[in-house]
Design a binder for this molecule. Structure first.
Ligand SMILES: Nc1nc2c(ncn2[C@@H]2O[C@H](COP(=O)(O)OP(=O)(O)O)[C@@H](O)[C@H]2O)c(=O)[nH]1
Ligand SMILES: [Mg+2]
Length: 292
């Protein structure tokens, strides 16, 4: 792709003043694939677009771009982030492989929900890396938020258990749990996550419980493979898309919808606490197609 960003390429593509021919649609399929669409999905989308274009007698690329925006927006499975009940307990489990931004997202969510009046407890259930626990404790200190933590190597399920007890003692209505994401032994990770999941299901049976997968938007199609593994293991409720400030191409959102019916709940576009916002399918689609 060179140094030209995907958004620029798609802008250039639609900026060309020419009639829409068969070739234009072929090129568009290629472009969507470059933008992290799956091949089958890209061809299907272009076929649908071709039939819409024919039906509505669209003649230039700009009209086709508008039609594509509508088509793509309809494909997104969307869901607003939940409104939390402050009178009852809510637990949010963050999952994902190393480096995607789980710990950072845990802190961002904690800051956001604290600002809207929730009493938050962060749970340092990534006990695999000492640095992960320290990183969360530092966020907790900065944000004035309690962190449930054990020493490195401890049982992550026990950390969650502690956080639940602390909350039940009246010290919080929202638990946000960070988890480990080492993928070198997929089975061990899946087993660990299932155990955490069981603790939450049984010890917080009356709580609202959400499982959100954190995905790095710069990893492209690999993100879909990650989502499949985690969704299989613990039935996810939604996705947090990180690093959207970088060279992300964005097509992955359409695949998450198409293949897994998984909604994206939040998009993060920087390292600061405030760099998180609720996902908006309309805005996202228009940004993806370089429309402002
Ligand atoms: N630019 C950018 N960097 C991010 C974002 N989210 C996380 N990071 C950075 O990505 C790196 C890994 O994040 P971390 O939360 O430790 O990932 P974890 O291993 O999944 O817990 C850190 O350097 C973060 O500052 C984001 O939305 N944008
Ligand atoms: Mg981490």
């Amino acid at each position: 792709m060179g140094s030209v960003s995907f958004a620029e390429r798609i802008k250039q593509f639609f900026g060309v003043k020419s009639a829409v021919s068969e070739d234009v649609f072929d090129d568009l399929a290629d472009l969507l694939i470059e933008g992290d669409f799956g091949a089958a999905e890209a061809f299907r989308t272009v076929e649908e677009l071709q039939s819409v274009s024919k039906k509505n007698k669209l003649s230039d690329r700009e009209e086709v771009r508008q039609a594509l925006a509508e088509l793509l927006e309809q494909k997104i499975v969307s869901k607003n982030p939940p409104l939390l009940n402050k009178e009852t307990l809510t637990a949010i489990l963050l999952l994902g492989v190393n480096g995607v931004g789980k710990t950072t997202s845990a802190a961002k969510l904690a800051a956001m929900y604290k600002n809207s009046g929730n009493k938050v407890i962060l749970a340092a259930a990534d006990t695999f890396r000492a640095a992960a626990v320290d990183q969360l404790i530092i966020h907790g200190e900065r944000l004035g938020i309690r962190v449930a933590a054990h020493k490195q190597g401890g049982d992550p399920a026990a950390v969650i258990y502690d956080a639940l007890e602390t909350a039940k003692a009246g010290n919080g209505n929202l638990i946000i749990a960070d988890t480990a994401g080492r993928m070198h032994t997929k089975n061990a990770l899946v087993e660990e996550l299932k155990k955490i999941d069981r603790v939450l299901e049984s010890r917080a049976a009356d709580a609202d419980y959400y499982k959100w997968l954190v995905l790095d938007s710069t990893t492209g199609r690999n993100a879909l493979a990650q989502a499949e593994i985690f969704h299989d293991a613990v039935k996810l409720d939604g996705v947090i898309l990180t690093k959207y400030d970088s060279s992300a191409r964005g097509g992955i959102v359409f695949s998450l919808s198409d293949a897994l019916k998984l909604p994206v709940l939040f998009v993060c576009d920087g390292e600061k606490y405030e760099n998180i916002k609720a996902f908006n399918p309309h805005v996202y689609t228009r940004e993806f197609l370089g429309l402002d």
